[in-house]
Write a protein that binds this ligand. Structure first.
Ligand SMILES: [Ca+2]
Ligand SMILES: [Cu+2]
Length: 314
């Protein structure tokens, strides 16, 4: 028996062998280009996104309070009305009439009292959703869970390798067709975004983890359902030239900030797309797709899963 086999089986996790793969894509949104080879080592990864039930256990054991449950510090917002400093999180609310697709504020609403236990705001609950991915978690919440579980958040490259399921250069996590043989392979949006989701794939909003076929590595919902946090600071794939003078972690953090953001909040990469990705608006239901997300932001369509690095399967 090899030493590696004495390592306890990773419960609910799947081993992704290390390899060289083509990361990114030259055929879609500009931020995905250029496609470039990346070599990474193997890792265990949660077969599903962290669920409400799993997050509830973490909160029971640790007393963790999420960012969305914490009132913004008035010191950061001099002169702000106290009622605007209530804890809140961003909830998708479909507009009643056709709106400009250029402004996400037309469907993202800061809702006071929206948090992981109340995904649509006060009066809503997760009682019927123990097996749905936890949402309304900011980056620090995901990192706290990972560290409690003795795991880590995946880098973008690890996440993308896992999502590709062993298929090289395929458009989707399952091949090159969105709906092979007419079958929906992930929880996305059908119909005109953001007005009406027909739910042709079986779900409007989040779905229980594992409701769709797993990819080639046995991983569920890498695409669609909820976006997932990664460990990486956001930057362009092309902007990887090392600078000489700033320690790497700080450099990445500073470079991730959107120049138009007056609050200067650094941003991490999120991957996988969500139940809100739609053909007429956001075709990010692909492994190469990526978006920046401010670390303090939590929303009704963003969760996470964890990995354990480099303890070989033998
Ligand atoms: Ca859906
Ligand atoms: Cu999308």
């Amino acid at each position: 028996m090899g030493a590696s086999e004495t390592i306890p089986a990773a419960d609910g996790m799947v081993w992704v062998p290390g390899r060289t793969f083509l990361m990114g894509s030259d055929r879609h949104y500009p931020e995905e280009a250029p496609a470039h080879p990346v070599t990474i080592g193997g890792f265990w990864i949660d077969s599903c996104a962290v669920t409400n039930a799993q997050f509830a256990r973490f909160v029971r054991k640790t007393g963790h309070v999420t960012v969305a449950e914490t009132a913004p510090d008035p010191a950061d917002y001099p002169g702000a009305r106290p009622d605007l400093l209530a804890p809140f999180s961003a909830v998708f609310i479909a507009p009643r009439h056709r709106v400009s697709l250029a402004d996400p504020h037309n469907w993202w609403t800061p809702v006071a009292g929206a948090d992981w236990r109340h995904p649509q705001g006060p009066g809503t609950s997760i009682r019927s959703k123990p097996d749905h991915p936890v949402v309304h978690v900011a980056w620090a919440d995901a990192a706290a869970y990972a560290s409690w579980a003795a795991k880590e958040l995946p880098t973008e490259a690890e996440w993308e390798l896992a999502a590709r399921g062993g298929l090289d250069g395929a458009e989707f996590a399952w091949g090159d067709e969105l709906t092979p043989g007419g079958q929906w392979m992930a929880n996305t949006w059908q119909g005109e975004f953001p007005l009406r989701d027909t739910g042709e794939d079986g779900y409007r909003g989040t779905s229980p983890v594992g409701a769709y076929p797993a990819n080639g590595y046995g991983l569920s919902d890498m695409i669609g359902n909820v976006w997932e946090w990664t460990a990486d600071w956001y930057r362009g794939h092309a902007a990887s030239a090392p600078a000489c003078c700033t320690p790497a972690p700080d450099r990445g953090r500073a470079a991730s900030i959107d120049r138009n953001d007056p609050a200067r909040i650094p941003r991490k990469v999120m991957k996988g797309g969500s139940h809100l990705c739609a053909q007429n608006y956001c075709r990010r239901y692909r492994p190469a797709a990526r978006m920046p997300q401010s670390v303090d932001t939590s929303t009704s369509h963003l969760g996470f899963r964890c990995i354990i690095r480099g303890r070989g399967k033998g």
